[in-house]
Design a protein around this ligand. Structure first.
Ligand SMILES: *Cc1c(COP(=O)(O)O)cnc(C)c1O
Length: 382
């Protein structure tokens, strides 16, 4: 029998049926009143989700497009930037910045370790001539399941005074508290297929007043991703270019679902799902890459000293149709990652744990006590 596919990867994430059905409607013209009304509602709700009074701009792009926009609109050729790099997506920031001729200084940590905010402090305090134009950080590092201490890094950036703070919030937005205005985060980039409960295809960027001032002086080439055009258009509930109309239908419904749940409740749900997953992994005798203190609520990365990781993912897919994410780059074959963000509920986690337990048993692990991992997980899912 054709089994039901179950996506437990960090993205694309599952999509609610009501969102899928909304997307199945005929497209409408994006220059008409009806469409303006949808954008007006979405715009308000995006501000709510992002905890900001500023506009949240929508780009027809994946998350990386939003990251690129976050660089090219606020910086100039030859500018110095300080980038946190402790995984695949930190490295992506470095690659984007270098592609546009920025001078990159990196703060590094091993994959699986969080960035050390004190290393940012040292660099920033020593920058007496205020050469550093931006501090660029990945909040939730999807390649390792590490949540970086953005609040402290941001605090040191504020003490520097000049530098903008530019954040990749692709897997933190909607999963963990990220009060953009309260923390005065300048540019925050995210993407549809992670915490927004819609399919891939939209990137989001929020921009502070300070960043809009920097925009005036930015000389990097831009056209399609020129955020000035999106800002002007959104003030009229519109877009500079044809938006993905059907994805916008989906986003309208997804945001209503999120509002009905509430921000605090969303964060608590993700926290519990992460805690339940982590205790189950430990109970199964597998290893967690990130420590409890630095764990992302969105992704759990797992290694094993007893059973081959690739075999675990293979059996999970072939026998149960549960898709786990492999490790990236040098972590390939060393870890698998469980995505538990967006439209994920307790049942999904309990199912994944149970099937993982059975998978380990099928692969010859005799140390497993049947049902123990689930009963441990239930401590966080009352
Ligand atoms: C998914 C992701 C991105 C963007 O990837 P795209 O494939 O371009 O959507 C960027 N940063 C992080 C942390 C991510 O998880």
């Amino acid at each position: 029998m054709q089994n039901k596919n179950m996506l437990m990867i960090p993205g694309p994430t599952p999509v609610p049926e009501s969102v899928l059905l909304a997307m199945a409607q005929h497209p409408i013209g994006h220059r008409g009143q009806d469409f303006n009304q949808i954008i007006s509602e979405i715009s308000q709700n995006l501000k709510w989700l992002h905890q900001t009074k500023e506009d949240v701009l929508m780009l027809t792009a994946s998350g990386t497009g939003a990251m690129e926009a976050a660089i090219i609109n606020f910086l100039s050729s030859g500018d110095s930037v300080l980038i946190g790099n402790n995984g695949k997506f930190g490295e992506r920031w470095v690659n984007v910045a270098r592609a546009f001729g920025l001078k990159v200084d990196e703060i590094r940590a091993e994959w699986g370790e969080p960035l050390d905010p004190e290393m940012f402090k040292d660099k920033l305090m020593n920058d007496k001539s205020k050469k550093i134009k931006a501090v660029i950080v990945t909040h939730s590092e999807t390649s390792t399941g590490v949540l970086n201490d953005l609040e402290t890094i941001n605090k040191y950036t504020k003490e520097h005074g000049e530098a903008l703070i530019i954040v990749d919030a692709v897997t933190s937005l909607g999963t963990v508290n990220l009060p953009i205005d309260k923390w005065e985060l300048d540019v925050v980039a995210s993407g549809a297929q992670k915490g927004y409960m819609i399919p891939p295809g939209l990137g989001f960027v929020s921009v502070s007043q300070k960043a809009w001032k920097a925009y005036q002086n930015s000389n990097l080439p831009k056209f399609y991703l020129d955020l000035g055009a999106y800002k002007k258009a959104i003030n009229n509930n519109s877009f500079p270019f044809t938006p993905p109309v059907n994805l916008i239908y989906g986003l309208q419904i997804a945001l209503r679902i999120m509002k009905a749940e509430g921000l605090a409740q969303m964060f608590t749900r993700h926290q519990k799902l992460a805690q339940a997953t982590r205790i189950a992994i430990k109970t199964l005798g597998l290893n967690l890459l990130a420590t409890d203190e630095s764990a992302s609520y969105a992704i759990t990365a797992v290694s094993s000293s007893k059973i081959d990781i690739t075999n675990i993912c293979y059996v999970m897919k072939e026998k149960f149709n549960i898709i786990l994410a492999a490790g990236q780059d040098h972590m390939k074959g060393k870890i698998f990652r469980i995505g538990h963000l967006g439209f994920i509920c307790e049942r999904d986690i309990l199912t994944t744990i149970t099937c993982l337990e059975t998978t380990l048993q099928l692969l010859g692990d005799t140390s497993i006590v049947s049902g123990k991992a689930v009963s441990e997980a239930l401590k966080f899912l009352p």
